[in-house]
Design a protein around this ligand. Structure first.
Ligand code: ADP
Ligand code: AMP
Length: 219
């Protein structure tokens, strides 16, 4: 099964992807996580991405498509959930080309997490992440057992630098301009299955909606 999760920043893509992979045994491919790992490792790719990420702009398509092609090819047999990619119509078309080139594969389902814009700032500025295992928490909505500490490995949680209110507002503008059209790309594409999911609800309710759709496809 090959799944794409779409949605504005803070819609809960990462949170739901982790639950999907735990339930269905797929691989989680997060373009944002891969970029952050490249930055920590100090690679050329990481250096190239830095200024775009810190300002809330998109990293150029050619950089991202090359990076994701490698990850997708490796995960293709096991099945995967894409989180944060594709983020432009060009990336979506390149993804189709890539899958088609490998044994006529395609995206099986797109889950579009819909969140009201006034929810975004609260979600993003309250997000805390584990730099060790990548677990994601929220200071009010999804708290760790001990404040500031990861439940999985006891590491001190961090706030992503691009979760400041100024950068979040830029990321929202970037989403509206460049990523929202990707929803229509999939909706207008013959043979693709797109589900709109109300992502304003609490995380367990959103998961229940997501699992209901995926369980039906798995039968
Ligand atoms: P995205 O990957 O779409 O940017 P995340 O999954 O990282 O979003 O979620 C953003 C923040 O909102 C995190 O702090 C997360 O714990 C919290 N969160 C995710 N889903 C929900 C939800 N349904 N209700 C409340 N908070 C949520
Ligand atoms: P995320 O972790 O998904 O919120 O992504 C963090 C940042 O990484 C974004 O604000 C972009 O700068 C960059 N990024 C992640 N995925 C992509 C993508 N598919 N295309 C372009 N830039 C991306």
């Amino acid at each position: 099964m090959r799944i794409v999760l779409l949605g504005a920043p803070g819609a809960g893509k990462g949170t739901q992807c982790k639950r999907i992979v735990a339930k269905y045994g797929l691989l989680h491919l997060s373009s944002g996580d891969i970029l952050r790992q490249e930055r920590v490792a100090g690679t050329e790719l990481g250096k190239k991405a830095q200024s775009y990420m810190d300002s809330g702009a998109l990293v150029p398509d050619e950089v991202i498509v090359g990076m994701m092609a490698g990850a997708i090819n490796k995960a293709s047999e096991a099945g995967f959930v894409l989180d944060g990619f594709p983020r432009t119509v060009h990336q979506a078309a390149e993804l189709d080309r890539l899958l088609k080139a490998s044994d006529e594969k395609k995206i099986d389902v797109v889950l579009n997490l819909q969140i009201d814009e006034q929810m975004v700032a609260q979600r993003m500025t309250g997000r805390r992440s584990c730099p060790q295992c990548g677990a994601v928490y929220h200071i009010e909505n999804l708290k760790p057992k001990v404040e500031g500490i990861c439940d999985n490995d006891g590491t001190e949680l961090i706030q992503r630098p691009d979760d400041s209110i100024e950068v979040v507002m830029n990321r929202l503008k970037t989403y509206r301009r460049q990523t929202e059209p990707v929803v229509d790309y999939y909706k207008n594409k013959n043979g693709s299955t797109v589900y709109d999911i109300d992502a304003n609800k609490d995380a367990d309710e959103v998961s229940a909606l997501v699992f209901e759709k995926l369980d039906a496809l798995w039968l």
